[in-house]
Design a protein around this ligand. Structure first.
Ligand code: PSV
Ligand code: MN
Length: 396
């Protein structure tokens, strides 16, 4: 291979062997922006079709063996739906991954869920969290991923401090229900749907709440949930340092929580995040990689396969970094040489080596090209078109 040494090739192969990424069930169905959605005839219309699509992504890429489930969207009857999910796991060869409770959809959550001033609403939100733990246990899922969308829109209308207490109490009660091998991941987001304050707005708040909840609570970093210009890899480094990083929701954005394809706007940022993870041999293996994207314009299947391949390729580029060499240059404060090595790895085209790795592992050498030519999307469009035609665009 031109430009890549045998040692580098070995490092990349080892990194790719260890790389796994979870796909979201909601990435396969017709979703959109709050202004409307553009219906795709091949989008999944049922949990079975979501599993079928996830199974095809994993068959093509070999690195996406689990699918994240959102409780109300995928298991509307709670644990009663578990046998059906198990059947689908066997049929399509992919397993249920993280379980995502839904604290944002019900009408009763207008003024919050686990931090609603009404104790009855807080109670039912907590029950939903506890049900989600039971679902995860029944499915053998390790992670329950909590995104708490609570907050307020106008100053003075809510007690921020009272809400910290309520949120802390709910998460601690949930933690007590976990089995020893389970984890709860606390996701943060600065705004939306609340526009004045959000109860868990940043990694510091998520960390403090996880710490209070117990040792099996960790922080989840959704790359789209930061202020513009924030140094995400530094947050990652801190969380690794504290043993508090549980996982990622990967996506990219230009403005806000845009849910664009990973690396489509700033691939160097993804590289810098992966570099922190690859430098941390102790904790990184416990960090769950999940995709949190839902495409309104790109074909759903193409977008997911493209995402998985992009994540793999940027991970491979980060694996090229010679950490020993870099540490020596950093110690000498040789800024330019250190930066040249670092960004040189970023600029290396690893696509040929990723292709070689796929071939050596008996996978499609170009999963995206394979998807585009194997007829899967056309076939599912034929089978699902009439069902999707019924789902007219909805406007918020
Ligand atoms: C919220 O923006 C979020 O990132 C949470 O992870 C949700 O579970 C997900 O998107 C899907 O709405
Ligand atoms: Mn997310």
């Amino acid at each position: 291979m031109t430009g890549i040494t045998a040692t580098q090739q070995e490092k990349v192969f080892a990194a790719l062997d260890g790389f796994r990424i979870e796909v979201p069930s909601w990435g396969f169905s017709n979703t959109g922006t709050r202004f409307g959605k553009f219906i795709q005839p091949s989008a999944a219309t049922s949990i079975e079709e979501k599993f079928a699509d996830a199974g095809e992504v994993n068959r093509l890429t070999g690195v996406a063996p689990t699918v994240a489930l959102h409780v109300l969207w995928d298991l509307p009857h709670g644990t009663a739906d578990v046998p059906e999910i198990k059947r689908l796991e066997t049929k399509y060869g992919v397993k249920a991954g993280s379980i995502n409770p839904n604290l944002f959809q019900n009408q009763e959550y207008k003024f919050g869920s686990i931090a609603n001033p009404d104790p009855e609403v807080r109670k039912s939100a907590l029950e939903h969290l506890l049900d989600s733990v039971e679902i995860a246990k029944a499915l053998g899922s390790r992670d329950i991923s909590i995104w708490d969308s609570d907050g307020s829109n106008y100053p003075g209308t809510q007690s921020i401090r009272r809400r910290i207490e309520w949120t802390g109490e709910a998460l601690a009660t949930m933690h007590a229900a976990l089995s020893p091998e389970q984890r709860m991941l606390v996701e943060y987001k600065p705004f939306e749907p609340a526009f004045y304050h959000t109860d868990i707005a940043d990694w510091g708040m998520a960390l403090a709440l996880a710490h209070k909840a117990g040792p099996q609570a960790k922080v989840l970093v959704d790359t789209g949930h930061h202020y513009l210009g924030q140094n995400i890899e530094q947050i990652v480094a801190w969380l690794l340092h504290l043993g508090a990083l549980g996982g990622f929701h990967f996506n990219d954005r230009k403005y806000s929580d845009d849910d664009l394809t990973i690396g489509s706007i700033d691939p160097y940022q993804v590289f810098r995040i992966f570099h922190e993870l690859l430098g941390d041999t102790a904790g990184a293996s416990d960090v769950a990689f999940m995709v949190d994207q839902s495409h309104n314009l790109k074909g759903k299947m193409e977008a997911v396969v493209q995402t998985v391949m992009t994540a793999q390729e940027i991970y491979a580029r980060a694996a090229l970094v010679d950490n020993e060499l870099l540490a020596g240059l950093q110690a000498k404060c040789d800024l330019v040489a250190a930066e040249e090595h670092y960004r040189g790895c970023f600029w290396t085209d690893v696509r040929p080596i990723a292709r070689e790795w796929r071939e050596s592992r008996k996978l499609a050498s170009d999963p995206l090209a394979e998807l585009r030519s194997n007829g899967y999307v056309e076939e599912t469009a034929r089978a699902r078109a009439s069902k999707n035609a019924g789902s007219v665009a909805s406007y918020a």
